[in-house]
Design a binder for this molecule. Sequence first.
Ligand SMILES: [Zn+2]
Ligand SMILES: [Zn+2]
Length: 660
Amino acid sequence: MSATPASGSGDSPTSSFLTHRRCISLSAMNVVLPDNSKLELPDGATGLDAARAIGPKLAEQAVLIRSNGNVQDLRLPLRDGEQIQILTTRDKNDPDALYVLRHSTAHLLAEAVRRLYPGVKVAIGPPIENGFYYDFDFPDPIREEDLEKIEAELNRELKEGREWTRREISRDEAKVLFEQEGEPYKVELVDTAEGDISLYTQGDFTDLCRGPHLQNSKPIKAVKLTSLAGAYWRGDSSKPQLTRIYGTAFYSQEDLDAYLARLEEARTRDHRRIGAEQDLFHFDEVSPGSPFWHPKGMVIWNVLEDLRRRENSKRGYTEVKTPIIFEKRLWETSGHWEKFRDNMFFIQQEPGDEHLFGLKPMNCPGHCLVYDSRGRSYRELPVRLAEAGTLHRNEPSGTLHGLLRVRHVTQDDGHIFCTHDQIQDEVFRCLDHAFYLYGLLDLTMHVELSLRPDNKLGSDAEWDVSEGALRSALRSRSVEFVEMPGEGAFYGPKIDIHMEDSLGRRWQLGTVQLDFMMPQRFGLAYQTADNEQKTPAMIHRALFGSMERFIGILIEHYAGAYPFWLAPVQIRVLPVGEAHAEGAHAIAARLAERGFRVEVGEATETVGKRIRSAELEKIPFVVVYGDRESEASLAVRERGGGQFEESLEDFAARLATLVS
Ligand SMILES: [Zn+2]
Ligand SMILES: [Zn+2]
């Protein structure tokens, strides 16, 4: 920035805008702009002052200050030497710029609801990924249809225009204010708020809020209220249930339209919907979070299970099977009792019995016992144990979500016990294995290195070693990755592999975790070449993650149109009329003999209707069999529209290329 305004020189552009401030200091300070130029400002100048010093247009469009990765309200003073970036309405896809827009829209929503529903109490209203919500305590319940009316009121506010003003007040003043307003939730929030209390006001609505907020409502160009849900005050089921209104807002109508189109696409791909349409699985309230797999769902499961077994055995794993319930003392040894107890299910044989059993949430302790079942020599390391074990995790019922968040989890688990010298090579092998599997499924990957969490076991020095080992493994394979401080498992750092699906959404799938703690806790050892006893390192790795979740993600990724090798029904043969049933069954039998999954769609409806329903079910190939067809010439329709005639032999040869 070359146009550095002078300060304190009477008629300079920077002096006049400060005259409204209570204490004007003549001393100056500098802030650093993104191009590393310095901007000189009077002491106490705010982000908005900085924007004005650069230009009136920038000041008008400014929405937020970002400073060293933190966001700051435009109205707050800057510090000398601070690196700042001024975000404007042009940063319309920047997550921070969207947050401030959506947070401000949440306040407008509260204002609209208070006007429409006298007696309503407001609770909290933060921005979230893709939008915002606000929680209300309505005197009478509202319904989904009411959102239209509320949205209209919100749009009316936008048409009128709103300005936000910020002020700081004492805790006592804030309590009096919200008591007078009849807002008990806000009074409670004042009591528990940390630091200074600030208020933001627009129209006739004042909210307790840390900010930041927009200057005014002009940048809010498109708003949509999306849904209603119940939510407990402070997420506590013993507290009152509130009504949560979800919405979203954008800097342009086109962005909102594109978002709604993506949402609609996600809805049509919802694995719960496709799972029902294709008869893959269902859930029942008698066992929340535990899918019931139907025959066609099990076909997908078993194809993946075969893939798991085949690749594990190629890569030197041996399969084991360990119990599902273990005594509490095992969980004390492993550290799960201390760190993971809240996510576990426990069984008491008799009420009051001290003898507690826990359902395993992970396979690792069981595998440690397998390793420790006899003496181990350095010669047999690495020991690679695999088990698709049945795990149970006590996820809160409110967070359960189809196959994507379940309590009954089947992990494609593996544990590698190795010497410290073998760690790097074993991590490489895990990564290669993961890349191979995801490549088969056309998944784009992103890698994260998750570092020590707050509740870690072990010392910082131990973590330095284990984090360093994973970091150097990734670097030496030239894998691009981002580091995620605080995201590691309690026993060790991990490499998390996320995949991006066909809608651009990211899912965490595989994980490779290095652990020096658990082998110590279980007293594992191997005999070295010098006849010493040493503790092996342990690598935990799961590549699909959980089978349940992985299948849920694949269903959405493919929108139910699986690749041929994964499709529950690969071919459906349709006899044109009753007279062709026998011939159609003979064709189906010939294809089934060769290992293909084939069905006959009996002639109960017109051929046209049956073709249509096969298309809806996304079956890869449909063979129509009538007077003109024979083994020498089949009429084949391919998913997606292709049609051809081919002999049974040629068709079977074509199919064989799709499963290799
Ligand atoms: Zn707020
Ligand atoms: Zn493990």
